[in-house]
Design a protein around this ligand. Sequence first.
Ligand SMILES: O=C(O)CCC(=O)C(=O)O
Length: 310
Amino acid sequence: MTTINTAADQPAPRKQRISQFRRILWHVNRTDLGWVLKAALSALHLPARAKRVARLNQLPTKPEWTEASRKLAEDGYVDVSALVDRNLAEAVAAVANNKVSRLNELSGKQQLGHKSFWVSLLDEDLVNGAFATDHPFVRYALQPAALRIIGDVMHDLPQLSDVLLTLSQPTPKQPLSYSQLWHLDHDDKRVCKLFIYLTDVQDTADGPFTFIPAGPSKAFRNSLKSHLSDAQVFAKTGPDVVKEMIAPRLSSFIVNTARCLHMGSRIESDRSRLLYTATYIQQPRIFPEPPPRFRAVGALTELERAVMRL
Ligand SMILES: O=C(O)CCC(=O)C(=O)O
């Protein structure tokens, strides 16, 4: 008897199997099943977790940081402008202003082309996709106040996943897209973002970061739909729960973007908005770990190394 192998009998090629695996993770991560997976992964790495928690406990603590953590845990957001290091924020702003002054040169080289309203200006600072750990954007994200406030919410030393500078510009006559529409972040189950406004955001025309606090955002959990219109959102919550982050330049805030439905960058007419973002997750990551985002330059503490997985 001759056996003829059809394409269907063949094992799926490795690349295809990986992408099927990712697709399953993508679905699981968006539902409460993701918490079961997260717990199982954490159980497999208990000694590493204990070490990270011990490191978190080495960080200094202050009553106002504890209060900020409580608010972040309860509402999903907190203004930390008065708690973070103003000099570090100024250093971030200085780098950002330099980039914007060279906008035409840099946007020509831009690699992240899919969001026309967002210009990524940091590509030139990367070596093999990684930031130097002495870069002001990384130093801001590593400050003890941020790590402690987010760490106390995650009950774990946070992992710094990425830092980003985005210039949002008006896109007249184009339909809203990507993060201009309402969404939750699904980088992992626990995601917190630390932002700094690097331009004044005075009113809606400046395209503020806009969100629904954690409580009313619960209505959007366990959904496989990615990006929602105002009509779809307001049909569930009404518009009154919406908060716009209207705040001056150098204001800094933390949002649990996995819990708070959010959108922004709806810039009108002649305005533009410059925003710094640091993204933190809790280890172990649900998705396979991406290539390193940071490269060690200068002296680093063990705690900082742990935060960046170096
Ligand atoms: O541009 C904005 O304000 C929204 C940003 C956003 O959606 C995000 O950082 O996840």
